[in-house]
Write a protein that binds this ligand. Structure first.
Ligand code: BES
Ligand code: MN
Ligand code: ZN
Length: 510
């Protein structure tokens, strides 16, 4: 999808998209179009149930003399509620409404409603971002799709006042989209193609952007004592990997302690990268098991976020650590009953080999904490089915030992439409993970509070580091199309982490 920005001259061919506010209040562009077409817009409105609500669209036949291929009215909701997210979703829904109809180019008129905090240029860039995000497609394995069945829409011209400003702002958003698309690609790849080694190679491509990338194999991890992670991968023919990514933005504080003694270490992201989760010896049922190819969604989000930060040259110091394993049943696989010693020295009784993500994260978190002394750690993981039961596909579960960090993540998530909901931690839940024979066990052995007990397990590997755990099991994959996210791998987490860094961890003072 190629997006350009231009002055507000209505197009003479292709599709033309204009906005309508709630209660069918026309935007200036819609009014002008109505006048130029002698009332086509108003007549179409009168004949339909389109009200101008956010995410509503109405396609209108273009009069022959206009030369246009199609006219699309896109709802923007209440004018005073128009913000970045509304514009992104308008862009996404407009793309979806037009992509199937064979038109190659579209022009979208954007102006700022009265009293808007954002300028027309800002809103135009956000709409373009939504357009781009929705245009994602993973079709590399479809060899027989007819050209006429592929989306024809190739170029979008966003028309607004001050197109130069819009273009400049979009430049940054496009780099974020690169990160989101990278994550979606990784999550969508099949598990015979994407396994620890190939996922590590994909992460290595970030070197081009200036990210330092290190890949540890089994030998190195064994030396470090990462037996919790290694135990999960030992039944697989694919070698387990740990990828460490570091981005030092220009001007970012990179010392561990500032003059005032305050921590100024990097912000760190840690991802669960189980490239396929069969459950291991505690084998999962066969139905739906193919979904477990996206059990590396946390790692995918961390890699995509690093790509976004580096792509837009963020002035932050950020580290990404992803633990990559394949969880397979095999003669050499880990057994229920095994006891492993984690890198932290704590021992873990494996009671269920399907509770593997926490084992991977235990060592990845500990490694990250001891090596980088980060000022905060956020892990992302498709960790439990229980979080999907609790929150569905609307929000990720957030667990944190730090109120400030939790509220910042909550705020960033709300702004980008990648929402989180905070869940509780506490000593009573922690106790549920005590083992009779080792320092802890990897499942509580009960059905209740499944996501919380998983989070409690992780907390035993972060010490005092400000930490948040995002259980994204319900968010990494979409079963249906959404405004800016086509069904499939969502790229959830990339925009959230990028926004969190942009809003709180880029200036030197914080
Ligand atoms: N990867 C799964 C969690 C999952 C389930 C993600 C469904 C996405 C959709 C995880 O490794 C797992 O198997 N968790 C178990 C934990 C249980 C054994 C304590 C679960 O949630 O059932
Ligand atoms: Mn599992
Ligand atoms: Zn898993």
């Amino acid at each position: 999808m190629k997006v350009t920005f231009a002055k507000s001259t209505p197009p003479r061919r292709g599709a033309y998209v204009v906005g309508v506010y709630a209660e069918r209040k026309l935007t200036p562009a819609a009014r002008a179009l109505d006048r130029a077409t002698r009332g086509v817009v108003m007549r179409a409105l009168a004949a339909s149930r389109f009200k101008g609500k956010a995410r509503q669209t109405l396609q209108v036949l273009a009069p022959a003399r206009s030369g246009l291929g199609a006219i699309l009215l896109v709802g923007l909701g209440e004018a005073k509620k128009v913000d970045a997210l509304v514009m992104q979703e308008a862009g996404g829904t407009a793309y979806a409404a037009l992509s199937g109809n064979g038109i190659g180019s579209v022009a979208v008129a954007v102006d700022a409603p009265e009293g808007s905090k954002l300028t027309a240029a800002d809103l135009a860039a956000e709409l373009a971002f939504g357009f781009k995000l929705r245009s994602y497609r993973f079709d590399k394995y479809r060899t027989k799709e007819k050209p006429e069945d592929k989306p024809a829409l190739k170029t979008a011209a966003i028309l607004c006042a001050e197109p130069d400003k819009a273009r400049a702002r979009y430049g940054r958003l496009e780099r974020i989209a690169d990160g989101v698309f990278f994550t979606r690609d990784l999550v969508s790849e099949p598990p015979n193609v994407l396994y620890p080694e190939t996922l590590a190679e994909a992460a290595r491509t970030l070197t081009k952007l200036g990210v330092k990338v290190e890949v540890l194999g089994v030998k190195e991890m064994r030396k470090l004592g990462m037996n919790a992670l290694l135990g999960v991968g030992q039944g697989s023919a694919k070698e387990s990997k740990l990828v460490v990514m570091e981005w030092k933005g220009a001007g970012a504080a990179t010392k561990t302690k500032g003059k005032d003694g305050k921590e100024t270490g990097p912000v760190a992201f840690v991802g669960k990268g189980v490239t396929f989760d069969t459950g291991g010896i505690s084998l999962k049922p066969g139905a739906g098991m193919e979904e477990m190819k996206w059990d590396m969604g946390g790692a995918g989000a961390v890699i995509g976020a690093m790509k976004a930060l580096a792509g837009r040259k963020s002035k932050a110091h950020a580290v990404g650590v992803v633990g990559l394993v394949e969880n397979m049943p095999d003669g050499n696989a880990q057994r229920p009953g095994d006891i492993v010693k984690s890198m932290s020295g704590q021992t873990i009784e494996i009671q269920n080999t399907d509770a593997e993500g926490r084992l991977v994260l235990a060592d990845a978190l500990w490694y990250c904490k001891t090596r980088f002394k980060p000022k905060l750690m956020i892990d992302l993981a498709t960790l439990t089915g229980a979080i999907v039961v609790a929150l569905g596909h609307e929000m990720a579960g957030m667990y944190s030992n730090n109120d400030e960090l939790a509220s910042r993540i909550f705020e960033a998530g709300g702004k980008v439409g990648e929402r989180v909901w905070r869940m509780p931690l506490g000593p009573a839940y922690d106790k549920m993970m005590d083992s009779d024979i080792a320092d802890m066990k990897n499942i509580s052995g009960r059905r209740d509070a499944g996501s919380t007990t998983a989070a409690q397990f992780l907390q035993r590997f972060v010490d005092k580091t400000p930490w948040a755990h995002l259980d994204i099991a319900g968010m990494a994959w979409a079963g249906k199309d959404m405004a800016t996210v086509p069904k499939g791998g969502t790229g959830y987490g990339v925009r959230l982490l990028d926004r969190l860094v942009a809003d709180f961890y880029e200036s030197l003072s914080r």
